[in-house]
Design a protein around this ligand. Sequence first.
Ligand SMILES: Nc1ncnc2c1ncn2[C@@H]1O[C@H](COP(=O)(O)OP(=O)(O)OP(=O)(O)O)[C@@H](O)[C@H]1O
Length: 301
Amino acid sequence: MDVPDFTSIDTAATIGRWLGDRYSFNYCTTNLKLGIGYFSPISPLPLNKVILRLEQVNLFTKLKTQLPGNQQGYPILRDIDLEVFQGERIAIVGSVGAGKTSLLRLINRLIEPTSGKIYLENQEYRQIPVIQLRQMLVLVLQESKLLGMTVQQALAYPLVLRGLPKQTIQQQVSYWTEQLHIPNEWLGRTEVQLSAGQRQLVAIARALLIQPKILLLDEPTSALDAGTASHLMQVLNQLSQTHQTTILMVNHQLELDQMFCTRLLHLEQGRLSTNQTVSEIDWLELRESLIQAEAQDDFGF
Ligand SMILES: Nc1ncnc2c1ncn2[C@@H]1O[C@H](COP(=O)(O)OP(=O)(O)OP(=O)(O)O)[C@@H](O)[C@H]1O
């Protein structure tokens, strides 16, 4: 995408169009559409089991130099109430710095809320041993590390920790690498020998190998080409339908959110302004609101 032409007379309109492309229903999704064509229709979910619940969750980050009168720190997430049903596919959108990644990190317990409670299958987070929590939910961030391992070792590692027999581990690794079209040549490579997109795909494969109940994905297609992204979404779609895996995904491509997800959360300055099923969303209004918020953040209008 080209950057705006700041010399243009109609700068605001140019920037608006530029930002608009980012939230476009067509941007980067031409090939995705082909993939989406393969999606089996989203079957109605038996929304009968709440798997995750957030109650009045607030997150403040303390600044090193606190301003007088602001001893609480900087607000990142405010008054988040959320119920997630098993098998839901939830898109999280919001402009830069709205708190999307922080929400995923909270749910994955990489950070603790300043106040409020989080429950997984009705058990309060602090009562669940972290090791057990890590097996139930997995977070894939945009930048994933292989921690000095080869791809093969990194993929096998979570299963080795579980003490599974070598043959089972090999079968599982082969199954998921095949599913995600990860070629055998990558298996001997280390992190520095992989592109950003290859690393992203390997990180997702590793998450799927853990077979979590909840999969947290931070912009899972950001480094992938359209064809690979489309294939990934098909795999995730199938996983969600066959295993009732719950997926929460930060993603800026609204068309993909509309096709793949069952519900959408819109975060605005740390608050949940929208929490609706995809059929209830006014997509054009949402797009406009995202563009406006970003223009305000970036350009002050
Ligand atoms: N460890 C931290 N210390 C201080 N502030 C932080 C920390 N982590 C996040 N923040 C702040 O919290 C806010 C939300 O950050 P977060 O990364 O969750 O936003 P986001 O919606 O994921 O943004 P983006 O779309 O740019 O990834 C930002 O203002 C950010 O500067």
